[in-house]
Structure formats: C-alpha cells, structure tokens
Design a protein around this ligand. Structure first.
Ligand code: PHE
Length: 489
C-alpha cells in the first residue's frame, strides 16, 4: 500500500487549514452577502451559525478525516456505511462548482493589480467595474464573447494552482505562512483609511445595528449558514482530506477553535473597510446606505478601489499590494478546493495523482472560461448562490444526520476527546443531532419555496431552473459514483 502524504509538523496543518479558510470568502464574499442580507440583520444569524454549525462541523470533519485516513467519499463509506458514500461525493461536486468559479474572482484580482498601477478605475469605481472592466451584458441570456484579459489571468491562476499542488502538501504548509500573515497587515491599512473617510459612520451603523425583524426571514439564515460553510471550507471535503494527512497523535478541537475564530475574525474585520466606504459613497451620492445601487456580487471590486483611490500617499503601491494579496489569500483556498476533489478519485480508484490533477486543472480552466465572458458575472452570481446557499447547507445537513444518527455522534465525540487538549461536552451532540439540522432543514425548505415563487436577483425563471437543475444533476452523479464498485487493493 502506498504511504499517505503527511504534514511536516503541527503548525503546517493548522496553517493550511487557516489558509483554506481565509480567502476571498472573507474579503470579497462576506461583505457582499452581509450587505445583500441587510448588514446588521445578517450578523446575528452569522454568529449563531458559527457556534451551532461552524465549530461543531469543523470538529466533526477533522475527526472523520483523521480517523478514516481518507478523503470524503471513502471516509463516509469506511466510517458510517457504504450507503452514505454519496454524501462524500456530493461534497466534492459542490466544491467542484466552487473551484469552477472561484479562480475567476482571482483573475479579476490579477487584472485589478495591473489596473492599480495607473489607478485606472478613476473616481467612479462602479462604472469602471461593470462597464469598462467586465463590459457586463444585460442578463444571463447574453454571453457577449470572452473578455480576454480575464481569460488570460484565469490561465495564470490555474497554472499556479497546478504547480503548487503538484509539489504536494508539505509545500502547502510553507506557502500558507506567507499567504495568510502578510494580507492581514494590508487589511489593517485599508480599515484605517476606510474608517477615516467622511460618512464612514453611517456605513458602520448599517453594518452593526441588529435588525431583529429580519430573523424571521429564512433566506437570511440560509445565507448565513452558507457563508459559514463557504468561509470555513466546510461540507466540501477539504477539511476531511487535510486532516487525513495528520499524524495519529494530532489534536483536533484546539485546531478547530483556532481556525474558525481566526477566520471569522478576519471577515468581521474586513467588513469595517467595506462598510465604512459604503457610508462614504452613500454620503457622496446623497442616499441611504441600503440604497446605493452597487452590483452586490462585485461589491469588493467597487469599494476597495475607492479606498485605494482615497489614500493620501502611495495609492498605486498599496493598490498593487492589496490585489496581489487578495490573490495570495485566494490561492491557498483555491488549491484546497482542488485537492479534495482529486483525492476523492485517487483514494477510491488509485488513479495517478498527477494525471488526475492535470485533467482536473484543464477541466477547471475550460469550464471556468464561461465566467470570463461579458455575461459571465450573471452566471457567477447564479452559481455562487445555488452552490453556496443550497448546495453547502444540504451537505451540512446530510453530514449531521449521517454522523449524528447513523454513526452516532457520541462515538465520534469520545474519539475526538481522546486525542484533544480541549474536551468537548454533550453540547456538541446536541448541535450535530438537533440544532443545526433543524435550522438547516427549515431555512432550506422555506427558502426554496420563496425562490420558486419569487425568483432570485431578478433573473429569468429559466436561469433559476438551470441552477436548480445543476444541483439535482450533481446529486444524481454522486449517487451513481457512490454505487460504482471499489477497485480492490
Ligand atoms: N474558505 C475559502 C474562502 O473563504 C473558500 C473555500 C471554499 C476554500 C471551499 C476551500 C474549499 O475563500
């Protein structure tokens, strides 16, 4: 039998997990989801999601991977039952949808790093983003041809992902040390400048004032759980495969606490930069913060450039630095999306790792090029919405049921406690067996109902059904893959 790859030491595992977690999800996705779901209205469900699902599921996935010493599908079939293997595959197909679009956002960042040299976006950053940079079409029905600068950048991003993964997990641990620590420093500069903009306070009020009425809206809850899953890289096989490279004696709970708190702290902090500049924009336009007509999905590409533009000195320098750092933040997340997908196939069928990796990278680039068209942003938005809201929460729900009821959460808790510094109590079983699945089931069904009735984002019905269709398709594919026989060792 082939010997499983191992992390160099404990800190490379923890750094790699933090690297997988902290990414565009914190700096780009969190602020936009938070804004779209009412700012302060979103924060309460978000923190509840962190405590009830984020931390407990992270412990669950670490424990599963370490125990099973395999990627998600094999871990389910080995630990829980053969019949649950498809849940593992489903998590891999969800992460596949994510790695089809995530590198495009990195490709935008790469372009923006170049545009920073001349501060190309001028003072109207929204106009620049939609009309000059993306040359956005009117709707998802019109693709409008490739935007070559974005496609070119996408090729570079995929090449980088390939090269890093080709070297194996030990390198991942080393790369991440830089890709996580340096971006924090630049984020601090952005927040300080954001907070000192005129009108910033209005933006912060919108960000931080809770709105209890919104708690009755299932969409906000689903978005919050989806964001927690996305941001902590849960329900996607990433953490299962990362912890399967752990040595037997490594700790679980401590790592889970550190990763999740570092990650959510970063999102919360990045929110200050974005919302303070939204306050500034609202004041300049003479409207309220919720009424700024910005593109939601591209929010980060409108607000950060604005802050950069307003920096009193070295604006170009900080601009280039910021977008390069966004890229470095993204890269360790991007390869942590590709790795579990590749491992799923190599663990089950013992394919050559390198060949599988090449095929996956080429596939990712080719399909991902759809998002580099002028109509690509609509498809990015639709794919992101369906995958990260419905897809991730569905997998999260299934994980809770499989471990909570079939495998028995008590057994996994006892195993975790044997190897961990911090012991987890019975509260963990309550979260995995009752609280999280209940909230997820309610918000999933109620949101689906709202979606079918009212649609999403003003997109035509056929686009919504395409999104739903893709979800159904990956469920069917997962069930098929779960059933296909295992090649004997
Ligand atoms: N958590 C990453 C981020 O916030 C994204 C990610 C998704 C990483 C899936 C790994 C797996 O950007």
């Amino acid at each position: 039998m082939e010997i499983r790859e191992r992390w160099g030491n404990r800190s490379s595992f923890i750094l790699a997990s933090i690297g997988a977690a902290i990414g565009l999800g914190n700096v780009w996705r969190f602020p936009y989801i938070c804004y779209a779901n009412g700012g302060g209205a979103f924060l309460i469900p978000y923190f509840i999601a962190l405590i009830t699902a984020g931390i407990p599921l992270m412990i669950l996935e670490y424990a599963m991977g370490r125990r099973a010493q395999a990627g998600a599908p094999s871990a389910f079939s080995f630990l829980v039952s053969k019949g649950t293997e498809w849940i593992g595959w489903l998590s891999l197909f969800v992460v596949m949808l994510i790695f089809l679009f995530y590198p495009t956002i990195m490709a935008w960042s790469l372009n923006y790093a170049v545009h920073s040299v001349t501060l190309q976006w001028g003072t109207d950053t929204s106009y620049f983003f939609s009309n000059l940079f993306l040359q956005q079409t009117a709707g998802p029905g019109i693709l409008g041809g490739i935007r070559w600068p974005i496609l070119f950048a996408l090729a570079i991003v995929w090449l980088a992902i390939y090269l890093i993964l080709f070297k194996g997990v030990k390198v991942v641990g080393k790369v991440v040390l830089w890709t996580v620590t340096i971006p924090w420093a630049i984020l601090i500069i952005m927040v300080v400048r954001g907070l000192t903009l005129p009108g910033a306070i209005e933006g912060l009020k919108f960000y931080l004032t809770p709105n209890f009425k919104a708690l009755a809206n299932p969409q906000v809850w689903l978005a919050a759980y989806g964001q927690i899953f996305f941001s902590l890289s849960l329900a996607m096989g990433t953490l299962i495969v990362y912890s399967s490279y752990l040595k037997k004696e490594s700790d679980i709970t401590n790592n889970a606490y550190i990763t999740s708190l570092a990650n959510c702290g970063t999102s919360f902090f990045a929110g200050f930069a974005v919302f303070s500049s939204l306050g500034y924009l609202a004041q300049a336009m003479g409207v309220g913060v919720p009424d700024i007509a910005c593109s939601g999905f591209g929010l980060a590409f409108e607000t950060y450039p604005l802050i950069i533009q307003m920096l009193p000195f070295w604006a170009q320098f900080f601009g280039v630095l910021f977008f390069i750092l966004l890229l470095t933040l993204g890269i360790d997340s991007a390869f942590s999306q590709v790795e579990p997908f590749v491992a799923g196939f190599t663990d089950k069928w013992h394919f050559s790792k390198n060949k599988t990796l090449v095929i996956v990278c080429i596939f990712g680039f080719l399909i991902g090029s759809i998002f580099t068209t002028r109509g690509g942003i609509h498809w990015l938005d639709i794919t992101d919405y369906f995958t990260c809201t419905y897809g991730l929460t569905l997998v999260g729900f299934l994980e809770c049921v499989a471990i909570g009821y079939i495998y028995k959460s008590r057994k996994l808790r006892e195993y975790t406690n044997e190897v961990s510094e911090f012991k987890i109590g019975k509260w963990w079983d309550v979260m995995i067996m009752i609280v999280t699945p209940l909230i997820l089931a309610w918000s999933f069904i109620a949101s689906l109902y709202q979606l079918i009735r009212y649609g999403y984002g003003g997109y035509p019905k056929w686009a919504i059904f395409t999104g739903l269709g893709i979800l159904v398709l990956i469920i069917i594919l997962s069930i098929i893959l779960g059933k296909i026989g295992r090649k004997e060792e």
